[in-house]
Structure formats: C-alpha cells, structure tokens
Design a binder for this molecule. Structure first.
Ligand code: NAD
Length: 500
C-alpha cells in the first residue's frame, strides 16, 4: 500500500499507520539510546489493544545523565547565550519540520492514546502555532532601565532559568508538550521532556525533528518512563532549576514537596479541573447552546482538563434543555479513532477506563439520574458511550471529583446567586462557561467566578495570544502568550554607580 501524503479517509490513515517506523529509545545528549537498565515498557493502542512499541523505561541514572548534559549545554552557552533572533530561527525551523510531518505526528498521538485523528490534527495546529508564536516573541522582549537618579544606572534584565524539566500528561500529548517546551526553549533554557508513559511516541519523533532543526546537543532531551521513577528523579534533582508540569492535582502536590525536599526549584503547575458551565434561561438559541454543552464534555472522550463536566442549568428551562443535550450526545458516539468521521475515540488505557466506569457506578449508587450512556462498548478496544447524569448534587463523587471521561453531571439552579455559589463550590478553578444575553449579568457573574478563564457564549475559546491556566487546586502556571515566557525566565537586577 502506498503512503498517502495527505490522508483524508479511514483507508488513508490505516495505510499511513501501516507504514510507520517508530522511535522508542530515549533521546539523551544528542543520541537515541536505550535506558541504562535496558528496561522497556509497552505502549498499547487503546482502540485495538495491540502493542505499538517497547519503549525505553528511563529511571534515576538516565535522569542524572540527561541533567548533566543539560547543565553543561546551559553553562556552555551555545543556546542560552545565543542571540534571541538566532534561537528564533532554529525554533521556526522546528515548527516547519513539524508542519511537514504533521500527519505522522497526529497519527502517533491517535494510535498511542485513542483520540480521533481529526482532533489530533487540530492539536498539531495548536502545537506548531505555539512554537511559532514563542519563537517570534523572543526577539521582541526588552529589559528595563529603572527610573533612578543620574548617579545610577539600574537595569532589570531577563535571564533564562537553567535546566527545565517538563513533565506532561497524555490527553493532548504533543500540544501540551509544545505549550511547555516552546517558551522554555525560546527563553534560552535547556529542556528535559518527560512524556507520559501512556503516550511517549510523538515526543520521541519530536526529538528527531529537533535534532534535524539544529538545536545544539543537550538543549532538548526526551526521557520516556514512569512518573514514580524518572519523573521523580528529575523532580528531586539538585541540578534542575524548574519543573513545568501539566497533570493531576495529586501529582502536582507531590512535585511541590519534591522541590522543597531538594533545591527549591520553581514549580509551575497546570492541574485538574471540574469546570462549571452555567446556562441561564435568557440565552438565545438553546439548541446551539446544548450542542456546545455536549461538545464541552464529550470532546476528546471527556479527557480534557477544561471539560465542562458540571452543567448548571436554570431550573425554568432545565428539563427541555437536558433533552436537547441528550439529543446532541446521541450524535457523539465513539468510533474508530482513525476514522475522520469519529467524534469520540477510545479511553487511553484500562486503568482510566476502570476509573471512569467506577465513577458511573458511584453516580447511580449515590442517587443521580442516569439519562443516557453509562456503558462500556462491547468488543476489543476501550470505548465508553457519552454519559449524562441529571439531578446531581455537590455531595456526590461525580459532582465534585474530576472523572476525566465522557460523563456529564447536570445541576439545577433558581437564581444567579445560587448559580455562582454552586460554580465556586469546588477545589478546582480552571475554567468556567457562561451562556446569557444579558451584558450586566455577564459582567457580574464573570467577575465573581473563581476561575482562571471564563468563556462567555462559547466553550474553550482561545488562541496563542491569550494565556491559559487555573486558580485554586487547578494550579499556578500560565501557558501560552508572551506571559509564559515570564515563567521560564528570571529577573536580574543590575545597579551601577556612575561618576557624575
Ligand atoms: P498524572 O498527574 O498522572 O501524570 C502527569 C505526568 O506526571 C506524567 O508524565 C506522569 O508520568 C508524571 N508523574 C506521575 N507521578 C509522578 C511523580 N511522582 N513524580 C514525577 N512525575 C510524575 O496526570 P495524567 O493522568 O497524565 O493527566 C491527566 C491530568 O492532567 C488531569 O487531572 C487533567 O486535568 C490534567 N491536565 C491539566 C491541564 C491543564 O492545563 N491544567 C491540561 C491537560 C491535563
């Protein structure tokens, strides 16, 4: 079968998949190598159960080696002291290479973690856009001259941090990676990437492209492996200056402890969510809003940090509105992730599948009304139908905890006051949505929602110009936009005494 350049159909994607050559070794210094221990782990395709590759399982000794090379590269200055405009050129070359290989990169994410391939292609646009944006930013940032007296020249300079360890999750493997590594590299740091053990393949392909783009040796390295082994070793390293993390709140808390136990490295966290989506009776086009509300939870099989998992609906329209959401959910049944027509794909692995099914069982036991879904689909592969519970209360597990699967919890409210209180009654504060035509209400409610971002009459809007991040236990970092460069650089103050 010939390799299609621009796959469009299921058959095209299957042909491309059949023709893939997978890199499964770690990328350390400037070479692809096995783990020091020789250990590997299997990465499986959750849609078929087939093994894709045996991947190098890095651990402490690999972390130590990579940190040494990263530190040497940083101190050597081939990247850290390179003029920003020249760093920009290399990163733009990397973005071009990603663009040229975007079908293959998208396919790797789909095979590794089960998301529909069209959605993975959308992620590639986000990842490439992020590289280009951060590359373009870096030679447009100026330092400051402080407003002191004439006898002094005081400078405020921005400098890279040193060695950054980026630890990322599996739900948007390459896009989350780009959000971390693009500003970190642009700012001049050496970066060690630890992809999730559930989705390491696109990161290793990225390493090949980074090498081809001309990143100097030791500046970008990739260590596949588990969190409790190589992830922990990086987090406890005395030579790592910054941990840039996206993942669960529980692991985020552990990383802060590791930083405290080691060298007080900076820790930027993008963690979990249980995002409320508020629908007021005055909003226009209830059919359209219901479609958005269903997409907000079922996109990416619900494996989205900002999934609109709590749907808060004004009681006067609730019954009719829930019917519309059910109708929308009906059209979002999971299918073959390689089929461009599929809206939902497979759940990433058996552990996550079990976890989601367990939450569904608890929802029923705790008295929520299961309106649709709740089933694991028969046959090979890990698929769960879109699931909607009505009559959920904040006391129920499905009302409070992050399920990270296609499970929507519907709550009712009678007043704006009650809606805001309910929305804010959460440990998380990543995203919130608000649907209304009343501008006064929009401004009142937007200001009162305890959330990193608020989507008004849309869900999940944003582009590279706008930062992304949460409050409360959803984390403390900001990805994207020029603000993310601030996370990966440090202010240095220079006070010069002048003779006058
Ligand atoms: P996770 O926390 O289990 O793992 C994330 C990463 O941390 C993985 O690479 C893992 O190997 C590593 N890790 C695990 N234990 C570790 C340890 N002790 N030391 C060092 N590293 C360790 O999360 P996940 O299951 O991969 O991803 C799902 C979570 O990510 C959800 O909670 C989701 O909300 C969150 N997420 C947040 C955002 C955001 O921007 N806020 C974006 C995507 C996903």
């Amino acid at each position: 079968m010939s390799r299609p350049d621009k796959p469009k159909t299921l058959a095209d994607w299957q042909a491309l998949a059949a023709d893939l050559t997978l890199e499964s070794r770690a990328f350390i210094d400037d070479a692809f190598v096995d783990a020091e221990s020789g250990e590997t782990f299997d990465t499986l395709n959750p849609a078929t159960g087939e093994r894709l590759a045996r991947v190098a399982s890095c651990d402490g000794p690999d972390a130590e080696k990579a940190v040494g090379y990263a530190r040497a590269a940083f101190d050597g200055g081939a990247w850290s002291r390179l003029a920003p405009g020249r760093r920009k050129k290399v990163l733009l070359r990397l973005a071009d290479l990603m663009e040229a290989n975007k079908h293959e990169l998208a396919l790797l994410d789909t095979l590794d973690m089960g998301k529909p391939v069209n959605s993975s292609l959308g992620d590639m646009a986000g990842a490439i856009g992020c590289l280009r944006y951060q590359a373009e930013c870096i030679d447009k940032l100026y330092g400051e001259v402080a407003p002191t007296g004439e006898e002094t020249l005081a400078l405020v300079l921005r400098e890279p941090l040193g060695v950054v360890a980026s630890i990322v999750p599996w739900n948007f493997p390459l896009m989350m990676t780009a959000w971390k590594i693009a500003p970190a590299l642009a700012a001049g740091n050496s970066v060690i990437l630890k992809p999730s053990e559930k989705s390491p393949l696109s990161a290793l392909r990225l390493a090949q492209l980074a090498q081809e783009a001309g990143l100097p040796r030791g500046v970008f390295q990739v260590l596949p492996g588990f969190g409790h082994t190589v992830g922990k070793a990086l987090a406890l390293s005395m030579q790592v200056d910054c941990l840039a993390f996206t993942g669960s709140t529980g692991v985020g808390k552990q990383l802060m402890q590791y930083a405290g136990q080691s060298n007080l490295k900076k820790v930027f966290l993008e963690c979990g969510g249980k995002s409320p989506n508020l629908v007021f009776a005055d909003c226009k086009d209830l059919d359209g809003v219901a479609q958005h509300a269903a997409e907000a939870i079922f996109h990416n099989q619900g494996e989205v940090c900002i999934a609109g998992s709590r749907l808060l609906v004004e009681n006067s329209i609730r019954e009719a509105f829930v019917e519309k959401v059910l109708a929308a959910a009906e059209g979002m049944q999971p299918g073959d992730p390689l089929d461009p027509e599929s809206f939902m794909g497979a759940i990433v692995d058996e552990t996550q599948h079990r976890r989601v099914m367990d939450y569904i069982r608890r929802g029923v036991e705790e008295g929520a009304r299961l309106r649709t879904g709740g089933q694991a689909l028969e046959g090979k592969g890990l698929f769960i139908s879109p699931t909607v519970f009505d009559g959920v209360t904040p006391a129920m597990a499905i009302g409070r905890e992050e399920v990270f699967g296609p499970v929507l919890s519907v709550f009712g409210f009678d007043s704006e006051e009650e809606a805001v209180a309910m929305a804010n009654d959460s440990d998380f504060g990543l995203a919130a949505g608000l649907w209304s035509q009343d501008i006064d209400r929009i401004m009142r409610v937007t200001r009162r929602l305890a959330s990193g971002q608020v989507f008004v009459n849309n869900w999940a809007g944003g582009d590279q110009t706008v930062p992304f991040g949460g409050v409360k236990q959803s984390g403390n970092g900001r990805d994207k936009s020029h603000h993310s460069l601030e996370e990966y650089s440090e202010l240095k103050m220079v006070w010069m005494s002048l003779s006058t």
